[in-house]
Design a protein around this ligand. Sequence first.
Ligand SMILES: [Zn+2]
Length: 261
Amino acid sequence: MSDATWRAVLVGFSVCAGLSVGSFLNVVIYRVPRGLSVVRPRSFCPNCDRELTAFENIPVLSYLVLRGRCRTCSAKIAPRYPLIESATALLFVGLSLEFSRDPRLPALWIFVSGALALSVIDLETLRLPTPIVRWHFGLVAVALLTSALATESVKHCLVALGCMAFWGGSFAIVAFVAPGKLGGGDVRFAYVLGLTTGAFGVGTMLVGYFAASFLGLVVSLLLIARGKMDTKQPLPFGCYLAAGATLAIFLSPLLPARFQL
Ligand SMILES: [Zn+2]
């Protein structure tokens, strides 16, 4: 298959997969913090409790056709739903274009999906639910291991594991030395960040590590300066961690070759 055809197929797949995964992330974001199952019942209108039909469940399209309202009770559907679906699709397409021939691509799709869901939940609840962090870690680890086996690269595995130990371990130490600064969820999440960015080399991991802290600091200072936050308020640090790591992955091909894997 020529490169252009392969990329076109990959982009088409990424749009469909991204929208469908985004739709599932909406379910996860709504239900997991409320202690509800993500499997049952089927999607329903939170206002009138009516189960949604297949037609009302099409990502983005249903929202546009229904003009953002429930068909029965006319309750507004939060624009967050189509936004998360579109954002997932955009991330999938961006990664597919940048890593079109890279065996680590499926691991990256899984990584950004989990990172997006966790970021939104952290913004809303200031928590990173442990079951999601565990699933995220497990699925990313399996996908990365599969790609490493496919390419028979033991070095990749060792570097990724080292980066995982560095990012997760350093956060665990901070959480132990200065209790209250980092939540347990942030520490658990840090292991998957280290593993994923580390799969692209130590340079990518360090860019992610510092970008996350820098983003957190700059955004907090801006919010404090504008009087929208006070210094004692807890920070949805998971958002900045996810953003920093994702940014580092997108930047990784630009790093000097000796910092790449
Ligand atoms: Zn309704």
